[in-house]
Design a protein around this ligand. Structure first.
Ligand SMILES: [Fe+2]
Ligand SMILES: [Fe+2]
Length: 258
């Protein structure tokens, strides 16, 4: 395979996230000579869900593969396209029979890149084991894919790190999503697997993880039901740039914060 550069974008939160991508993504992709753009879209519509219209808009901005997470089911509108959109993923370790798919094969520069979406289980829905699910997907795709990239959507740092070690040498890169806060532990694990616990979020940073801080504070101060709403101020893009060499090994895992 040819050397490839992948841009993975952290959870897109509401309109602020979509707008800043509309104005900045193309420039970043050109400047960095990006071959493949992957983004987590679970919060792209209204902050806690996805819709078919918003998802199509994200594809039209130049995002080629859209991953998701626990919030993918919050608006049933997404079910209209979750099977038909080839490059729209939901975590692969939902029980058998659930709509959608958890991995896809993307062809770029003559190479086949397998993108896998998995979800952790600590402080999250009790899904099937993401470690064993990776094993079974890996067995199916390893011979035909030049590189495997995993979006591990999880809450606990420990589970994410453990997963990184588990797939070291098999996946080309693992990036974490879901916490919306970028971690500074990007590194390359033995076997050439790029790793970072969380790539952060793309949305308004004058917020609590992308949502209006007043609403969040009200919830924490009163412990009553809160109606969260995406924030608007101080928009930014968080992600990571992943360089993959001719052997499918990661040679660079660089954090992006714009
Ligand atoms: Fe999220
Ligand atoms: Fe999430």
């Amino acid at each position: 395979m040819k050397e490839l550069k992948i841009f993975a974008i952290g959870d897109i939160v509401g309109k602020a996230g979509r707008n800043i991508l509309a104005s900045r993504l193309q420039g970043i992709a050109e400047r960095e000579r990006i071959d493949l753009v992957i983004a987590n879209g679970e919060n792209s519509a209204g902050g806690m869900s996805m819709t078919s219209e918003v998802t199509r808009d994200l594809f039209s901005l130049g995002i080629q593969v859209i991953t998701s997470g626990n919030h993918v089911w919050n608006n049933s509108d997404i079910l209209q396209i979750i099977d038909s959109e080839k490059y729209l993923l939901r975590p692969a370790n939902y029980p058998d029979g659930v709509q959608g798919k958890g991995y896809c094969m993307f062809n770029v520069k003559g190479s086949k890149i397998c993108v896998i979406n998995l979800m952790g289980r600590v402080m999250m829905n009790p899904l099937d084991c993401p470690f064993r699910k990776f094993d079974s997907i890996y067995e199916k795709v390893k011979d035909e894919s030049d590189a495997i990239i995993v979006d591990f959507h999880a809450e606990a740092t420990s589970e994410k790190q453990a997963f990184g070690w588990y797939v070291a040498g098999r996946a080309s890169a693992v990036f974490g999503t879901h916490t919306h806060v970028q971690t500074a532990d990007n590194r390359i694990l033995p076997g050439g697997t790029g790793y970072i616990t969380d790539i952060g979020m793309t949305g308004a940073f004058d917020s609590v993880i992308g949502m209006k801080k007043e609403r969040s504070l009200k919830f924490f101060l009163t412990q009553t039901k809160a109606k969260f709403e995406p924030a608007e101020g101080d928009p930014g893009i968080n992600g990571v740039i992943i360089k993959i060499d001719a052997n499918g090994k990661c040679t660079e895992m660089r954090r992006v914060m714009e």
